[in-house]
Design a protein around this ligand. Structure first.
Ligand SMILES: Nc1ncnc2c1ncn2[C@@H]1O[C@H](COP(=O)(O)OP(=O)(O)OP(=O)(O)O)[C@@H](O)[C@H]1O
Ligand SMILES: [Mg+2]
Length: 409
């Protein structure tokens, strides 16, 4: 007999379906659960979960995307040891129903949020304040954009906003056609291709709407939860590869509201190396689980201080990131050293990932971006799929019913 710890309790089929509600069919712009694509969920005693997905067209290259999304979401549930995805093809009748549903969603949800279903959404959260959520958000956004990507930042820290200052973005938000336009910062391509496309960071923050943090405080009770909702509904984000959300500290209403409005959101939890800090962060992970958000990774910030001559000091302790990662069953994806340039860059509006990409902290942010793009949450690649079936279906429907073509958002 070995003395291995007892395995975690198995998830229920409802837990699995709850997670799958966050997997979007990139073509049909709706959750695969809503579309009736989840045909079967089986959970074996050893933690193997088999999900059978009925596809609209068996040959669509996006099946690979759906498969990795299913695996990655379900893998985040405690007790799951392996995830297997099987495919089926929808019958004509099922397909018609899915199309009805997609059409309905396209209409109903057109104003639900302005965030495209192809945008990867990452909420940067922590259990307590001051651990570096905003610094991680801004530098990760900058490092992603430096790969030529278009990245949004939603500063959900309504009254404690710091993104505008850290990113050096100011001015009022623009508006047209009844929508708010985010502020934009151009980011040069640092990905080794001097003539590669420049990246963009589009940012929305309460800081662009109020004069200073004191007046933001006065708005507090009034609009706190509504503000984030409006930032999602009324901001013309356009085609973003990633949307990063700088969360306020804690596990309150904003977090739950966000999960409801953006079921595809995943969570990156920031902690310091202090073992005590990770206990607090565990609460965030619990919240993520309750709202079916997957914790995609743990970032340990202020890990160690490296002197110019290379000596290392663990000023804030050691092991917090690893311990938290173990607790929540997510990988430890970055250890960002404590470096004066991080806070100096934040104060000056020049994120260290851009001003000094080779510095220990700068390169740690670029490695984190690489990890996100290559492994954790690759951008949705639409170019491979030629079958624009939703558009086709809508055109056919419109032609057969004689009604006008519904607008495609
Ligand atoms: N790796 C680092 N090295 C040095 N200073 C850092 C580092 N990370 C963050 N800081 C500094 O620590 C302070 C807190 O960081 P930040 O504002 O990013 O945390 P936060 O979690 O967003 O805080 P809040 O909960 O108040 O929103 C800032 O002054 C920031 O510049
Ligand atoms: Mg912050």
């Amino acid at each position: 007999m070995t003395d291995t710890p007892p395995p975690a309790a198995l998830p229920s089929p409802d837990d699995v379906r709850g997670m799958l509600a966050g997997v979007m069919d990139p073509e049909l712009h709706a959750s695969i659960v809503d579309l009736g694509m989840v045909e079967d969920v089986r959970i074996a005693d050893d933690g193997l979960v088999t999900v059978k997905v009925a596809l609209t067209t068996a040959g669509c290259p996006l099946r690979h995307q759906i498969k990795t999304d299913v695996q990655s979401k379900v893998d985040g549930l405690p007790g799951v040891t392996k995830v297997k995805v099987e495919y089926g093809e929808m019958t004509a009748e099922q397909k018609a129903r899915a199309m009805d549903r997609a059409r309905f969603n396209a209409r109903e949800n057109a104003e639900a949020t302005e965030v495209a279903p192809t945008t990867r959404v990452i909420a940067v959260a922590s259990g307590k304040g001051g651990v570096g959520k905003s610094s991680v958000t801004v530098n990760l956004a900058a490092a992603l954009a430096a790969r030529g990507l278009t990245v949004g930042i939603l500063d959900a820290d309504i009254w404690g906003f710091s993104v505008p200052r850290m990113l050096g973005a100011d001015g009022r938000l623009g508006g047209a056609d009844g929508k708010i336009h985010p502020n934009e910062v151009a980011v040069p391509n640092l990905a080794g291709a001097p003539d590669g496309p420049a990246g963009r960071v589009k940012v929305v923050s309460m800081g662009f709407l109020v004069e200073d943090e004191t007046s933001a405080l006065m708005w507090r009770g009034l609009i706190l939860t509504k503000a984030v909702e409006q930032f999602l509904k009324d901001v013309r984000w356009g085609d973003l590869d990633y949307l990063l959300i700088d969360m306020p500290p804690g596990t309150g209403d904003i977090q739950m509201g966000l999960a409801r409005m953006l079921p595809q959101a995943e969570m990156l939890v920031v902690t310091t190396p202090a073992l005590a800090a990770q206990k607090v962060a565990t609460r965030v992970a619990d919240m993520a689980r309750r709202s079916y958000m997957k914790v995609v990774g743990v970032v340990e910030n202020m890990s160690e201080f490296v002197t110019p001559s290379g000596e290392r000091y663990a000023l804030f302790g050691e092991g917090g990131g690893e311990a938290l990662a173990r607790d929540v069953g997510a990988p430890l994806v970055a250890q960002i050293p404590l470096e004066p340039d991080v806070s100096r860059g934040g104060d000056a509006g020049r994120p260290v990932a851009l001003s000094d990409p080779e510095s220990p902290a700068g390169s740690a942010f670029h490695s984190l971006a690489a990890r996100v793009v290559e492994d954790l949450l690759p951008p949705v690649e639409m170019s491979g799929c030629t079958a624009r079936i939703l558009e086709l279906a809508m055109t056919n429907l419109a032609a057969s019913s004689g009604s006008s073509t519904p607008s495609n958002r």
